[in-house]
Design a protein around this ligand. Sequence first.
Ligand SMILES: Nc1ncnc2c1ncn2[C@@H]1O[C@H](COP(=O)(O)OP(=O)(O)OP(=O)(O)O)[C@@H](O)[C@H]1O
Ligand SMILES: [Mg+2]
Length: 254
Amino acid sequence: MKIAVSGKGGAGKSTVAANLLYCLKSRHIPAFAIDADPDANLGLVLGLDPEKLAAVPPLSELQEVIAGKNAGGGAFVSLNPHVEDILEDYVLHDGSIRFLKMGGIKQGGSACYCKENAFLNAVLTSVLLDRPEAVVLDMSAGIEHLTRGTARGVELMLVVVEPTRAGVTTALAVERLASDLALPRVAFVGNKVRSQADRDFLLASLPRERILALLPFSEAVLERARQADRGSFGKEDLIPGIEDIYQQIGGGGS
Ligand SMILES: Nc1ncnc2c1ncn2[C@@H]1O[C@H](COP(=O)(O)OP(=O)(O)OP(=O)(O)O)[C@@H](O)[C@H]1O
Ligand SMILES: [Mg+2]
């Protein structure tokens, strides 16, 4: 299962990603949890220890490592530096889950543009195309970490969408970006649905055949988000209906 989760800010990307990761973890399935949102908060939503979390460096900031991976490259950047060691050294283990932070992608104009982006791309290539573990990528609406190359390894992009006009507009924009990258499969997941009016709105606003599920608003989920120390994510923190999604998208285990 290699999945990316995208959608508008606040739609519930990290929550849905954390829910799917819990489904994997509770079945002892090895998986990478990748926070690829520059405004990183997947670790918090997963309830990882804040101190340990703070010690995990965003990969884009590993200046010396990145320079070393490209040593001798001069003006040329190695497009495929070996990064297996990174997947051991800069991850936080949580049962069968390995958590890592990508950090921001550098935009054009920066002197380090090529080597940093080549490095992040190599990490994504490794986890998405080479490694056997499941992957859940928590992304911003910009999905800027993906390229045509790495997008091939994403079996499914879930676009989380709240029942608002702005939510739908962003979700459709993400779908266009995904299709530009030739992502094999994109599906919408409605979230925070409170009423029949919410359901009707989403069903009328999105392509029906691509709506995977409509998840309810859950007081319990919001209550957890208010807590300063959330503790480890548990069964009681799941959004009702997430197990169905997990099964539908081919998550393994029983
Ligand atoms: N089904 C739900 N029911 C109730 N609250 C929810 C639900 N899904 C998400 N939330 C709450 O909505 C808020 C935003 O969720 P989350 O952080 O997962 O969104 P996000 O898309 O990752 O946001 P960001 O763009 O800031 O990273 C959180 O407080 C979360 O607890
Ligand atoms: Mg988030």
